[in-house]
Design a protein around this ligand. Structure first.
Ligand SMILES: [Zn+2]
Length: 264
């Protein structure tokens, strides 16, 4: 007997089939229009025959409220996505036969699919960032034991993973008051992942050649807005600035030849 949760998922699948497969070909696109320009059925068939050629890798958090496919309104084949707790990209440490799922996704999308853009998308109210803050932030209400290695409870994986946040947590705690540390850490973790991406030789090489762009962003769960990391100032700004910059550049000499992630 399936659980309510599984029944809901199957109902969702039925709705997906009805919307995109059961109607006549081209009768309805993903956005409900009649043009068929974004018909998921034909898109998937074409992708199945030709293979994928995504225009970006998105590194995002597992959080159920911050889904890149929804935030960027993408169709199948548009973006290659890897999600982990707190959208962390580890620094390059070479191949050591550890289980580096995120690094493998970065390698595949960059070195094999040759995506022209990587977006690290953090989000507000990130539980992974909060775990890092509790572990390393000296919070009197924190409980370091919760995130100590504990294979019996499984908590050890969280504690071990958020060790990647330590440098960022320390930097934020030194610079900001406690009441804004969580928000500032969410920003800093995105900056840190952007920096760490550049330590991968195959990423660095393409960035230097101008064929790969790496951009940070933070999605606000409360109001659904996205802010993008300005590489010059290190601040997160409204997407309008990037649209204005692209327009000012005429769209001709923007290197690399990557479409900037569409933002709300
Ligand atoms: Zn998160």
């Amino acid at each position: 007997m399936p659980s309510d949760a599984m029944r809901d998922l199957i109902a969702g699948y039925r709705a997906f089939r009805a919307a995109h497969f059961d109607a006549p070909e081209g009768a309805r696109g993903a956005s409900g229009d009649a043009s068929g320009a974004r018909c998921i059925r034909s898109t998937l068939r074409e992708l199945s025959e030709r293979g994928q050629n995504p225009r970006a890798l998105v590194v995002a958090c597992c959080d159920s409220r911050a889904d890149p496919a929804i935030v960027f309104d993408t169709a199948p084949g548009d973006v290659f996505v890897v999600r982990n707790v707190a959208n962390l990209v580890p620094p390059y440490t070479g191949v050591d036969f550890g289980h580096h799922g995120t690094c493998a996704a970065v390698e595949y999308s960059v070195a094999h699919l040759e995506v022209p853009l990587i977006v690290v998308m953090g989000h507000t109210q990130c539980g992974g960032a909060a775990a890092g803050l509790r572990k390393y932030g000296g919070d009197p209400n924190g409980d370091p034991a919760v995130f100590a290695a504990n294979e019996a409870t499984g908590e050890g994986f969280i504690g071990s993973w958020v060790a990647l946040t330590k440098t960022s947590v320390c930097a934020v705690c030194e610079k900001y008051d406690p009441d804004i540390r969580a928000r500032m850490l969410e920003h800093e973790l995105v900056r840190n992942s952007v920096r760490n991406l550049a330590t991968f030789p195959f990423v660095r090489e393409r960035m230097d050649k101008g064929t790969l762009e790496v951009i940070g962003a933070v999605f606000n769960v409360f109001d659904g807005t996205l802010k993008i990391l300005d590489a010059e100032t290190g601040e997160f700004v409204a997407p309008q600035k990037f649209e204005d910059d692209a327009a000012a550049a005429g769209g001709d000499d923007v290197a690399p030849d990557a479409k900037r992630a569409k933002a709300a």
